[in-house]
Write a protein that binds this ligand. Structure first.
Ligand SMILES: C[S@@+](CC[C@H](N)C(=O)[O-])C[C@H]1O[C@@H](n2cnc3c(N)ncnc32)[C@H](O)[C@@H]1O
Length: 202
């Protein structure tokens, strides 16, 4: 490849990077995100901090959330970001890994948020059915891969007009999840790439 072609390729990559990250948004919980990365590397687990907590946080603020349910706490990065952005909200965040639960509770207590952020220890499959229907303004799915069962539960938990952020669609949702999130009788949906933004109809 010529030097000129190489230079042009560098310019193109820089331009794409600028488009993908046009703003430098402050992140109050960047240290928790970094702690999550360190934990994952050391323990080779599935604690992948969400790319930018500013998305669930900004949605929590935009909808004036008072009650939030999250699947996938890891060390509490996005739970804290949402609680911070919606200061009148209670956050219930579900985590199946006992070590993540312990670390998240410590992070949350260290930020003085333990009275508003509950880390529920167990699988989403076992815990979501025990939560109240139409009880939540915002649901954030950040477990490994959304299943139709979990998406159906999150739909039940949201009040009509409530918002679901469904992350980790990067591998493509299963056909059943795709049909659910794309069903106009259930949701008004916009795809943000690997995350879908869905408002419950009704
Ligand atoms: C992608 S990480 C969550 C990242 C977190 N929201 C953040 O931004 O730091 C996924 C977490 O979900 C947990 N998890 C995955 N599937 C789950 C399930 N079905 N029920 C409960 N927790 C689950 C994993 O143990 C892991 O800690």
């Amino acid at each position: 490849m010529t030097t000129r072609t190489n230079r042009m390729r560098g310019v193109a990559v820089a331009a794409i990077a600028a488009v993908r990250h046009p703003l430098d948004v402050a992140d109050e919980f960047a240290d928790v995100q970094e702690a999550t990365r360190r934990h994952r590397r050391a323990h080779r687990c599935g604690a992948y901090a969400y790319g930018e907590g500013s998305l669930p946080a900004t949605v929590a603020a935009a909808v004036g959330a008072r009650r939030i349910v999250e699947v996938g706490t890891a060390l509490g990065y996005t739970a804290l970001a949402m609680a911070h952005a919606a200061p009148h909200a209670r956050v219930e965040t579900v985590e199946g890994d006992a070590e993540h639960v312990r670390l998240a509770r410590a992070e949350i207590a260290g930020r003085g948020c333990a009275d508003r952020v509950d880390v529920l220890h167990g699988t989403a499959e076992s815990l979501l059915p025990g939560l109240p229907s139409d009880g939540y303004d915002l649901a954030f799915f950040d477990g490994f891969t959304p299943t139709a069962e979990i998406v159906g539960e999150l739909h039940r938990l949201l009040r009509p007009g409530g918002t679901l952020l469904a992350g980790n669609l990067i591998l493509g949702p299963s056909p059943a999840v795709g049909r659910h999130l794309g069903d106009p009788a259930r949701w008004r949906t916009h795809s943000l790439g690997e995350t879908a933004l869905c408002v419950k109809r009704g």
